[in-house]
Design a protein around this ligand. Structure first.
Ligand code: T4K
Length: 418
């Protein structure tokens, strides 16, 4: 367990979160045969949609109290007191010197890339949310897609090495699904070749590598605090770094580049986080242990069920690390009688909105698809994983009975009788 995390957990009072009600299941019994499936005409298992994740919301009274303070103070944005407290809390929790909070994760990526002076070509995984690649392309930096390790689904350092050219200026690793990228190996490549290294840690808040919180590696790391993330500020994001000069530059860039009232020293944008978002962040930080507990319970419940279904596996969490357990990532083996896409179709008919994140891979999306029509040939693991993975619902609206019902559908499919 990380020292910084232990310090942070001690410092926080864990505020209980009211239990969310389970989506309404059709019946107490689970599905048994193909005739019970909604795709075959039976009524759907759930009467309401079961989303892949619902926002984690901490103690409402604490949030409303902070909201009242904001309204009474008349200070809504631009380095207000909640923002400053939020940034300090995040930096302390992660054991880093600086946190620069932003309006969302995508702008945080863009500002970090610009502040690091990335240009030319930058190596990224294709198997990630498209924002990782778009943040580069938006600034006319060329994303070069490297392949992933088929087991961890994170960047493969050997593939990264193969993609380096004289135009390469940096590497953007992604801690996919909250599992750490191969940080030491990527750092070795970056140091050897004089490249900048940053991480898209959008999925990684609350996770660690060898006990050290994600957020403290490379030149800087970027979090997304979007509503669907484990820890949210409605919309939001942050760059965290131990480099004080870099942090100062990003603080100015997120405020149009202003150094003083009428002195602009950088090309900047509006990347500021509002007071209301910071208030949500401070409130959710107080309940973070509860969010983890709910996710961990769901993960273990899924794990027990899926382990008994041949042809299906869950991407495991390393239990010796701190994890947020946010993503339930199901791998459908080619031996399973039904394809991943058919599974999604069947689950959606039952109102279970499983998602095929991050299909079809960034290299198959525009503009990259037109730029590199044959990229798939050098990304075989990305293509395979993107075609086999589905993310299942979790979070506080999902309970053991929801998971039993969802996995009963998978069991029927495993029998091949569809
Ligand atoms: N890098 C990585 C690796 C990322 O995963 C992301 C974002 C970013 C960068 C960029 O960070 P931000 O700029 O977004 O801060 C969602 C999120 O919009 C996106 O933030 C996230 N990754 C991505 C993985 O997922 P969609 O298109 O799947 O969102 P949507 O609207 O379909 O919502 C997903 C589920 O959540 C739905 O079942 C509905 C439910 N939901 C959603 C919202 C917004 C709610 O129940 N309540 C809500 O308020 O992209």
């Amino acid at each position: 367990m990380g020292t910084a995390r232990n310090k942070a957990s001690r410092a926080l009072t864990s505020v209980p979160v009211p239990a969310a009600s389970a989506p309404k299941s059709r019946a107490t019994k689970n599905l048994r045969t193909a005739a019970d499936l909604a795709v075959n005409g039976a009524p759907p298992l759930f009467t309401e949609a079961v989303h892949v994740g619902r926002p984690n919301v901490g103690n409402r009274e604490r949030f409303l109290e902070r909201t009242r303070n904001i309204l009474e103070s008349g200070w809504l944005s631009n380095n207000g007191p909640h923002l400053l407290e939020f940034e300090r809390s995040i930096a302390d929790r992660l054991g880093v010197r600086n946190c620069v909070a932003m309006c969302n994760g995508t702008i945080a990526l863009e500002i970090a890339m610009r502040a690091l002076e990335l240009h030319g070509e930058v190596i990224v995984p294709s198997y990630t949310f498209v924002a990782t690649a778009h943040a580069l392309q938006w600034q006319e930096i060329t994303p070069i897609f490297a392949d992933i390790d088929p087991v961890t689904q994170n960047l493969d350092p050997d593939s990264v090495r193969r993609m380096i050219t004289p135009r390469t200026t940096g590497i953007v690793g992604v801690h996919l699904w909250g599992r750490a990228a191969p940080v030491a190996e990527l750092q070795a490549v970056a140091s050897e070749r004089g490249l900048r290294l940053m991480f898209d840690a959008s999925h990684g808040f609350g996770c660690s590598l060898r006990g050290k919180p994600l957020g403290s590696f490379g030149d800087c790391e970027v979090f997304s605090f979007h509503a669907t993330k484990f820890f949210n500020t409605f919309e939001g994001g942050a760059v965290v770094t131990n480099d004080d000069l870099l942090a100062e530059k990003m603080r100015l860039m997120r405020n149009f580049g202003f150094f003083d009232y009428d002195k602009v020293i950088y090309t900047g944008t509006n990347g500021k986080m509002t007071e209301i978002s910071a208030a949500m962040g401070l409130t959710n930080l107080e309940s973070i242990d509860n969010f983890v507990a709910v996710n961990r319970r769901n993960y273990h419940c899924y794990q027990a069920e899926i382990a008994t279904i041949p042809g299906l596996t869950l991407l495991p969490y390393d239990e010796s690390e701190n994890n947020n357990y946010q993503y339930i990532v199901l791998d459908v083996s080619p031996d399973f009688p039904v394809s991943r896409d058919r599974i999604i179709e069947v689950l959606h008919a039952e109102k279970v909105l499983a998602r095929r994140y991050f299909w079809p891979g960034c290299h198959n999306m525009e503009p990259y698809r037109s730029y590199y029509p044959h990229a798939g040939l050098v990304l075989p693991n990305t293509e395979r994983v993107a075609a086999q993975v589905t993310v299942l619902p979790s979070g506080s609206a999902v309970h053991a009975e929801t998971i039993h019902a969802i996995t009963s559908v998978l069991r029927v499919l495993a029998s091949g009788a569809v």
